[in-house]
Design a protein around this ligand. Structure first.
Ligand code: R5P
Length: 294
């Protein structure tokens, strides 16, 4: 096998090649004067080609680099596994309003039509879109073991919280590893002031170290509200962890100002808080899909 990385791989491609014991090749990239991107695969694959491309901002450029990489790899006729640590446009997974596109469908259909044999994603916002729009073998890696291992020894009397019911499964997995209780937050609006508050559905945060687990921190608004309300409800300390540190519009400051003790993310999107590598879980997932395409 040969693992290919681009400059957006953030170390994941090289780590993955080490864990799999395979050759690592860096894809050449440049931008033409008119803004169009160029890539070249400098060495042909030995066996299966594993292309690692994370499509964080600027998303359109990185999506184009991803598709060009896959098209270029196709010329050698060996199987291709696309590893996309952060999949852009995953959150537009349905037509919220009439007239909107299903952007996640466009990305997934493009991957399939370009000839990808298997796909490995990390904590995609709604995994059902992959089920719906990608018909080759795929895995959605939830890096709960890595997250739990980072926080083991830091947290005292931990309680793991999901920001909403939809995110509960992720919190449950992390809590299971930590041997901690878990719950999800429910929103309520003060009828007089209009203020929105969140609180755990059933458990008390009193005196506990609260770990709030989400897929994405974008503006940090969701986490900041959860942190502030948890501290007001008597939490000892609040930590925020996510898979994808999109971190826009002063998210880190917003979270720290809300009283969050520390903010930690995986390395799918580079940022000052991206301290947990997803490479070990990706390596396992790659081995699994290889078994399905052999
Ligand atoms: C929403 O459904 C996602 O799971 C995240 O909770 C959301 O994207 C976080 O966004 P923000 O950081 O801007 O509140």
């Amino acid at each position: 096998m040969t693992v290919y990385g681009l400059d957006s791989s953030n170390g994941i491609a090289a780590r993955l090649s080490r864990l799999l014991g395979d050759r690592y090749v860096m894809i050449e990239t440049k931008t033409f004067p008119d803004g169009e991107v160029y890539i070249r695969v400098p060495e042909k694959p030995e066996g299966v080609a594993i292309a690692v491309v994370s499509t964080y901002a600027p998303q359109e450029k990185r999506l184009m680099q991803l598709l060009m990489t896959l098209e270029a790899l196709g010329q050698w006729g060996t199987p291709i596994v696309a590893v996309i640590p952060y999949m852009a446009y995953a959150r537009q997974d349905k037509r919220f309003l009439e007239g909107e596109p299903i952007s996640a469908r466009i990305v997934l259909s493009a991957l399939e039509s370009i000839g990808v044999d298997a796909l490995v994603l990390v904590d995609v916002h709604q995994p059902h879109v992959v089920e719906e729009w990608f018909r080759e073998p795929w895995r959605n890696v939830i890096p709960y073991k890595e997250v739990a291992s980072y926080f083991r020894g830091i947290l005292e009397r931990p309680l793991v919280l999901a920001p909403d019911r939809g995110a509960l499964e992720r919190a449950k997995l992390v809590a299971g590893e930590l041997g901690a209780p878990y719950d999800f937050l429910v929103k309520e609006r003060d009828r007089v002031t209009g203020e929105v508050r969140v609180q755990p559905k059933s458990l008390s945060v009193e005196g506990r170290d609260v770990l709030i687990v989400d897929d994405i921190i974008s503006t940090g608004g969701t986490m900041a509200l959860a942190a502030r309300n948890s501290l007001e409800a008597g939490a000892r300390r609040v930590y925020a962890v996510c898979s994808h540190a999109v971190m826009v519009r002063g998210a880190l400051d917003r979270l720290l100002a809300a009283g969050v003790e520390d903010v930690v993310a995986t390395d799918t999107v580079p940022s000052p808080v991206s301290k947990i590598s997803v490479a070990p879980s990706l390596a396992e997932a790659v081995k699994e899909v290889l078994g399905e395409i052999a």
